[in-house]
Design a protein around this ligand. Sequence first.
Ligand code: NAD
Length: 246
Amino acid sequence: AGRLAGKRALVTAAGQGIGRAAALAMAREGATVFATDVNEAALADLVKAGQPGLEAWRLDVRDDASVREGVNKARPDILFNCAGFVHNGTILDCTDEEWDFAFDLNVRSMFRTIRAALPGMLERGQGSIINMSSVASSVIAAPGRFVYGTTKAAVVGLTKSVAKDFVTKGIRCNAIAPGTVDSPSLHDRLRATGDYEGAMKAFVARQPMGRIGKAEEIAALAVYLGSDESAFTTGQVHVVDGGWAA
Ligand code: NAD
């Protein structure tokens, strides 16, 4: 019996990075985990880890039919909305296409998954929804993160609204706000600067602890928020950022 024994958890973007670490951590704590992503090769690799209690299949958070099908299959007690994409640039760099894509993947995806999962949670009288925000949001700004920070701030508003409306119905809804975390896409972003080493140094320097975070350190927070240990918290932004926003 782990800390999530008896709970069913649906995790989006579980193919790599924080979502993958969270899916594994939740399964290790006894949850039945449904690890989902659009990257089926990454999911196949995750399944190879051989973690009991975890199954993986394709779910595209940008596709309402895919979301509904996945939620019906998973019937989750824990919904971890982890999918998101980081665009680089200021307001002057952001195209209409990037704006629409960022809001669809980072925010509207949560509208889709939560409206699909909430009726079942309400029927069962319990549910913990965990939404991936970032410290680059309503908490602080990061340079060159215009549309990203805007979407992640919207996630905070969405989270608080859902928390407020269903607080007496056994539903909790919290946001996670990480600082810079080691993940496959982080390395893509560093490479894209053209100066991998320099960019890594700058990313490390802005975290007063002198290092970037590990996906497992964010996964631990997701486990806590999914578990009954966190039964008294809802509607909050849980920052885990090595002291960046302190
Ligand atoms: P990542 O960016 O390396 O991987 C993202 C995953 O999302 C990929 O597996 C990708 O296939 C999946 N994905 C993309 N589109 C999808 C879709 N339509 N449906 C389902 N899955 C889709 O992982 P990461 O860096 O750990 O980021 C995960 C989340 O954490 C994101 O929301 C990100 O904004 C947030 N975050 C990351 C950091 C960081 O520094 N890494 C910091 C703060 C917040």
